[in-house]
Design a protein around this ligand. Structure first.
Ligand code: NAP
Length: 284
């Protein structure tokens, strides 16, 4: 079977072009969408992620604020910064880059963000809306996967979808979105016995584990759509996904590469959620 490689870079470019037009219309009407990105401490990967997000904001015509805070910051000080952004009219989206230093509760910090500015979609209100089937702000990576599928004309309805990984950031929202689109969803994790027996049942397989090359060709049903969310930096510096790309080639009908698959969509969806947040302020 010829495997179609899904070009996330090209699809994300298309999405961002559409967003630029919405940003221009909003800005002309006096509302320039604004995103604040808070980073606490010196995690090197976080520095790169934040830099990329701020650059994407500039490219799309958004106002952005990068707020770098020291690891010695107290939780109370961080909450105070978030409360100030919650009432700042120039800011429509607030993102706190994870992980946070020890001693700061991620849950309390995410709950402090006003749900209307929670463009990461991690606030319990937004998770609840997603679970109830009325999504407002949806976590960007899972949303990006749905846009990839839509672009490729892959309708999850009636398909057996298997999601490997159950994090709040990727796996759980992914399973909920696929369920909402009428897939029959199975959510696997590190305690799932005989993972291959589960993944081989999937018409649509989404993998988000952080385990390089966990999924091999013999774990994939011929003709399945395989979406690799994983981004793993191997010793030596090369990037690998959670799917063993080479062994799945020729078995899957569609496959996302790493890099250049899901990754670029995540940032595009973040910009999209910020634009949506700004549009919603005009409706209220
Ligand atoms: P995470 O919070 O560490 O969660 C990993 C999940 O995978 C957990 O649910 C874990 O199960 C499960 N898992 C681990 N080993 C497994 C195994 N051998 N078999 C089955 N399940 C296993 O990670 P995450 O934040 O969801 O991220 C997952 C991957 O996606 C990482 O590589 C990350 O870098 C990448 N990522 C990419 C993007 C993007 O934009 N492309 C965005 C976010 C994350 P338990 O719950 O039982 O521990």
């Amino acid at each position: 079977m010829q495997t179609r490689i899904i070009d996330g870079n090209a699809i994300a470019l298309e999405v961002r072009e559409g967003l630029r037009r919405r940003v221009a219309a909003l800005t002309a009407a006096g509302v320039q969408p604004g995103l604040a990105v808070i980073r606490v401490g010196d995690d090197p990967a976080s520095k790169i992620y934040v830099r990329n997000k701020i650059k994407a904001c500039g490219d799309a015509g958004l106002h952005s604020e990068q707020i770098d805070l020291p690891a010695t910051l107290t939780e109370a000080e961080l909450l105070a910064r978030i409360h100030a952004l919650n009432v700042d009219a120039r800011i429509h989206g607030i993102l706190v880059q994870l992980p946070l230093p020890r001693g700061i509760s991620g849950a309390r910090v995410l709950e402090a963000i006003a749900p209307d500015k929670d463009v990461d979609g991690f606030h319990p209100v937004n998770i609840g809306l997603l679970a109830a089937g009325h999504p407002r702000f949806v976590p960007c990576t899972a949303l990006g996967v749905m846009r990839l599928l839509e672009h490729e004309g892959i309708d999850p309805a009636g398909r057996h979808a298997v999601v490997v990984g159950r994090s709040n950031i990727v796996g759980k929202p992914m399973a909920l979105l696929l369920l909402q689109k009428d897939a029959t969803v199975c959510l696997c994790h590190s305690k799932t016995p005989n993972l291959g027996a589960m993944t081989r049942q999937a018409d649509l397989l989404v993998v988000a584990t952080g385990k390089p090359n966990l999924i091999r060709g013999d774990m994939v049903k011929p003709g399945a759509v395989v979406i690799d969310v994983g981004i793993n930096r191997l010793p030596g510096g090369t990037l690998s996904g959670d799917v063993d790309f080479r062994s799945v080639l020729g078995i899957a009908s569609h496959l996302t590469p790493v890099p250049g698959g899901v990754g670029p969509m995540t940032i595009a969806m973040l910009i999209g959620n910020t634009v949506l947040a700004a549009e919603r302020t005009r409706e209220n």
